[in-house]
Every structure is written in C-alpha cells, then in structure tokens.
Design a protein around this ligand. Structure first.
Ligand code: EPU
Length: 418
C-alpha cells in the first residue's frame, strides 16, 4: 500500500481547482435507482467512494461507467434489491440506496453499516422515517429489509438533523402517494443539490436547504444529466493549508456561500479571505490567532473540517477550545498530532489546544478520511519528514491530493510503503 511522504516547511502559493463534492455525488448517483434510463453526471470526483457506489449500482443490475470525471449510469436493467455487506462495510453511504430501492422495487435488503472510527453512527432515523412512509422494516442477520407495495406520504420529525437520513427519506418520498413533510431536516448544500436533481427528474420538492422540506409524491420520474457541486470540505482543507503555511492559495470551483463558517473562523484566526472574482483566495502570514470552534450541523462549522482546523490551532499563538458535537469519537487524529509535538488535551467532547512554535515530522497513520487530511496539513508545516500510512482513507475523499499540494509548492509525494 502507498504512503505519502512530506518534507514540511514550504510556503504554499498558487491556484487549485476544487473537485466535485463526494457527499453530493453519492446521493445523486443513488437517486438514479428511482427510474430506468441513462443518467450522465459531470464533475464527478475520481475517488474510491465513487468507485464503490458505481460497483453497488452495477451489483443491482445497472450499467455504470466512469472516466474523465464523468459518470454514466444506465438503470434500465436495475432489478436486484440487495446491497451486500461487502460493499456497505467499505462505505457507510451505501445505505443511501435503501430509500430509492424501496420506492422503485418495493423492497430493499441492505447490510446494516456497523460503527466506524468516528462513532457508532446508527441509522435508526432513516428506518423510522421509512416506517412513517409505510414501509415494513425488519432487521435480520445484519441486514435491514424494507418493503412497501406503495409508500405513502407522512410527517417525519428527526431528533437530530441527519444528512444521509434526510437524503434517503427525500428519495423515498418522491414516488410516494401524497405529501411528505420532513421536519428538523438537515440543511447541507448537498441536500439542495440532490433536491435540484430530483426536481429536474420531475419530482416536486420544496424548501430543501431549510429545516422543513415538503415533498409531493409524483407518479413517474425521468433520467437527467447533472453537474456535481464543488466540494466545500476539500476547499476548506486547502484554505486551512494557506493560513497554516503563511501562503496564498486561490481556489476555483467551490461556492463561498457554502463555506461561511470556515471563512469566518479563518478570518478570526488572522487569515485574509477574499471571495471576489469567482474564486476564494486565502492568504496567511500575519501569525495565527487561537480561536474556539464548535462543530454543528450546517450552517454551523462542519465536523468534516474539525481535524484540519485543529492542526491550524496547534501552531497558533494561544489557547483554543475545539468542541465536537456531531460524532462522539472524532478526535482520533489527536494521538497522532501529539506524536508530532502538538499540545492537545481531550476532555469529553472538547479538545484544549495550546499552540506550539513548531510541529516535528514523524511517521503517522490515520483511521478516517478527515483525520488523514489533518495529518497531511500537519506534515506541510512540520520540521523534517512526515510519512503517512493507511492513505486509502485519503483516496476515499480527496482527488489527487498529493498532485494538488505539489502544484502549490509542497514537497509531497506518494511512494510505495517501505
Ligand atoms: N444519527 C443518529 N441516527 C441516525 C442518523 C444519524 O443518531 O439514524 C446521528 C449520527 O450518529 C451523528 C448525527 O446524527 O451523531 C449526524 O449524523 P448524519 O446522519 O448527519 O451523518 P451522515 O449522514 O452519516 C454525513 C456525511 C459525513 C459528515 C456527516 C455530518 C455523507 C455521505 N456523509 O454523514 O461525511 O461527517 O454527514 O456532516 O454525506 C466525510 O465525508 O468524511 C463524512 C464522514
């Protein structure tokens, strides 16, 4: 397996094109299940998770092709209703096929995703939501089985805003009989992107992006072409890199309105952020100030940026409290950052980060996607060499990360493991 080797200390400068958002592409590809025909997606990131969802679609009987950031999915022959353990354990988001499978084939059998490195991550709200739409749910042998001759509109109230839960229910409800209302819905841009695609297919969804989404069921949908929105988390990761290395990075392809909390915190930390001229430019260099951060559902500060921001705070001028309110175990990067010389104390869901004057390169490994990204960032400012193993996590969510950072002047390469 490959590793990433970084010699830290370079100031990063230049321009990066942000890739399409993994977390927008996954539900949009799952939505192709809803009707037969050929869908074309542009700006699809070339990532392991995209390969996995394409495999899953092929497993269900669809044709799925991917090249040059374009995915062509033909669901005409889709007839199987089972998502196997092998695929779901590779990627939890495979559970996104549950709603559309019940809606189109009247039944679905999907392996229950287990916990993952960042937390238990149950799917109880997805299942309760489907039950509210009239599906019968049974759990047996590690699989969820859901069936309904015809889903019926209903009112759903999520205890916590759930991103993939909102997406699953939206996809199930578009072909249901009558109206569905999702209250306390998640408001992420990826949910709006999915609703836009579903509406262009003929669905009738209102107010996606707010906490109350209304879906009037329709009888039929049609296949469409769609473009994947820019990845706000990938963009945020490069924005932190600019502040961290005291450089200047201009990003294209990301929507600054999706990044408000990250932009706000970067400015508070002393970076200059400009969102004019069709791009986002971040310039560091004036010293990094310590600021407190709490992760929250959108439009709050994203949990998917917490690890990266913690690296910035690790070399800031004072004391910062980082609170994680979404996942119970999302500080797994901390033990690796400590090995690189960071001064971080965890107390429950809070991390107390005392800025240090320098990090020192070390062999490190990561156990989830965003934790891996934080180790790349740490390596970029650390003295000497950082060697990151288990980079398959990075390949799940960051397209060509070493090439993009190298183009900005980083001394970074992918090498076969020693
Ligand atoms: N939750 C429940 N029951 C449920 C569903 C969620 O208790 O039925 C809890 C979760 O355990 C968590 C909270 O609700 O504490 C919110 O989780 P959510 O369901 O919103 O997370 P998700 O849909 O599984 C998506 C992203 C994650 C991102 C989270 C939070 C996708 C494919 N995944 O996960 O992305 O961290 O929302 O924003 O969209 C990543 O890209 O690295 C990643 C982990």
């Amino acid at each position: 397996m490959d590793e990433i080797v970084i010699r830290g200390g370079r100031t990063l400068r230049g321009e990066v094109a942000v890739s399409g958002a993994k977390n927008a592409a996954l539900p949009m590809i799952a939505a192709t299940i809803l009707t037969g025909g050929e869908f074309v997606f542009h700006n699809v990131p070339d990532l392991k998770d995209i390969e996995t969802i394409c495999h899953l679609l092929a497993d269900l009987g669809a044709k799925a092709e991917f090249s040059d950031n374009t995915a062509i999915i033909d669901t005409t022959g889709l007839g199987r209703h089972e998502a196997s353990y092998d695929l779901v354990r590779k990627m939890r988001a495979s559970v996104l096929v549950l709603g559309p499978l019940v809606a189109r084939l009247k039944r679905a059998r999907v392996s229950l995703p287990g916990g993952c490195a960042i937390g238990a991550r149950p799917i109880n709200m997805h299942l309760q939501g489907l039950e509210k739409l009239g599906a019968t749910i049974t759990l047996e042998h590690g699989y969820v089985e859901a069936s309904a001759d015809k889903l019926k509109g209903g009112e759903i109230f999520f205890d916590i805003p759930t991103v993939t839960g909102t997406e699953n229910i939206m996809m199930a409800a578009v072909l249901a009989e009558g109206t569905t209302i999702i209250r306390n819905a998640a408001r992420e841009p990826e949910i709006i992107a999915l609703a836009d695609m579903l509406n262009s297919m003929g669905a009738d969804i209102h107010d996606a992006g707010t906490t109350v989404i209304t879906i009037r069921g329709v009888n039929a949908l049609r296949p469409v072409s769609a473009r994947i929105i820019g990845d706000r988390i990938e963009a945020g990761t490069y924005m932190v890199a600019a502040a961290l290395t005291g450089g200047r990075i201009r990003l294209t392809g990301a929507d600054p309105s999706h990044l408000k909390p990250v932009i706000h915190k970067l400015r508070e930390a002393g970076a200059a952020v400009d969102t004019g001229d069709g791009g986002i430019t971040v310039e560091g260099g004036g010293g990094i100030k310590s600021v407190d951060v709490k992760t929250l559902p959108y439009p709050g500060f994203p949990t998917d940026m917490q690890a990266q921001f913690m690296v910035l705070m690790s070399v800031a001028g004072g004391l910062s409290v980082i609170s994680e309110s979404i996942f119970e175990n999302r500080f797994i990067h901390v033990s690796e950052l400590l090995r690189m010389g960071a001064d971080i104390t965890i107390s429950g869901s809070h991390a107390l980060v005392k800025g240090v004057s320098k990090l020192s390169g070390a062999p490190v490994m990561a156990t989830d996607l965003r934790a891996s990204a934080s180790l790349v960032l740490a390596g970029l400012v650390a003295e000497n060499t950082t060697r990151i193993s288990r980079i398959y996590h990075l390949d799940r969510g960051y397209e060509a990360i070493e090439k993009k950072f190298a183009s900005l002047g980083a001394a970074i390469e992918r090498v076969p493991a020693e």
